[in-house]
Design a protein around this ligand. Structure first.
Ligand SMILES: NC(=O)c1ccc[n+]([C@@H]2O[C@H](COP(=O)([O-])OP(=O)(O)OC[C@H]3O[C@@H](n4cnc5c(N)ncnc54)[C@H](OP(=O)(O)O)[C@@H]3O)[C@@H](O)[C@H]2O)c1
Length: 256
């Protein structure tokens, strides 16, 4: 009789843990790729903590969160260390399975062009794209460690690849920020491996967003929908054992 009871309890606890939704925290979700990430994770039944610099102006995100109760909108500028700490304090004890550092800025292109380089602009881009992502991830370490999946991601770009940069220059601050992001997250992957937290680097492809349009990219990018479907597969497939390569949305490695 007691064996049956133990069996029931075990099966019940398995069912209960299987039914518990995973949680994803995504930065920069008011538009572009971040908005689509929030949408697709919520549609998959995940709880989504969707951050935006100015939630009061994030009309599309707010409409999505109204229709889709899985999404909680939070205010976060990733360059504001106090705000990062306050958000982490608010979510203290809440497991976060996947953290996607999506927020990023191209910055002002002429100010990152040789001949008209602007030190302040370049440092602002580095602060948002590199230091911001690292500080957010650092702040949510305990949340990641307490979760089932334990995965944190940096959103890189082919523009941060030294091999691809040999073909075309420009975009100095943005490129440097993504190259620095890559090395920062590789170091973090090494630091957190013993804690069982996987740190990965992913790229969305050339995606039709405000950022791509501002870069004057001559071709047409893929849709945010296609990019996010691919990245979610890459995120699912990355493990502590196979996370040594930066992967594009289609699963192809980005040359270092
Ligand atoms: N589109 C592409 O082809 C492409 C290619 C490679 C990599 N990426 C990367 O993909 C990510 C998303 O880019 P996207 O194409 O979706 O660009 P986007 O449409 O310009 O969106 C960028 C997002 O980042 C947010 N953001 C910028 N600075 C921030 C800060 N300091 N704090 C919080 N949020 C901030 C923006 O918020 P605001 O509206 O408040 O500015 C916006 O939500 C970026 O990391 C980008 O570098 C994009």
């Amino acid at each position: 009789m007691s064996r049956i009871l133990i069996g029931f309890t075990f099966a019940f606890s398995l069912l209960a843990s299987a039914a518990q939704a995973s949680t994803v925290l995504i930065t920069g979700t008011n538009r572009g790729i971040g908005l689509e990430l929030a949408k697709q994770y919520a549609e998959k039944g995940w709880d989504v903590i969707a951050t935006a610099r100015s939630p009061e102006k994030a009309t599309e995100l707010q409409a999505l969160a109204k229709a889709q109760k899985k999404i909680t909108v939070e205010k976060l500028d990733v360059t504001d260390v106090k705000a990062i700490e306050a958000l982490a304090a608010k979510y203290k004890g809440k497991p976060v399975d996947v953290l996607i550092n999506n927020a990023g800025t191209l910055g002002d292109v002429p100010k990152q062009t040789i001949g008209t380089l602007d030190q302040t602009e370049i440092l602002n881009v580095l602060n948002a794209n590199t230091v911001g992502a690292l500080k957010v991830t650092e702040a949510f370490k305990a949340n990641l460690a307490a979760s089932q999946l334990k995965k944190a991601f940096a959103m890189t770009s082919g523009l941060g690849s030294s091999e691809l940069t040999a073909r075309r220059g420009g975009f100095y601050g943005y490129r440097m920020s993504k190259a620095a992001l890559n090395i920062g997250f590789r170091a973090l992957a090494a630091d957190w491996k013993a804690d069982g937290i996987m740190v990965g680097i992913i790229a969305p492809g050339m995606v039709e967003t405000d950022l791509l349009r501002a870069s004057s990219f001559p071709g047409k990018g893929i849709s945010t929908q296609e990019s996010v479907v691919g990245m979610m597969k890459v995120i699912d497939g990355m493990t502590l054992e196979n996370n040594s390569k930066a992967l594009n949305y289609d699963g192809q490695p980005i040359p270092w």
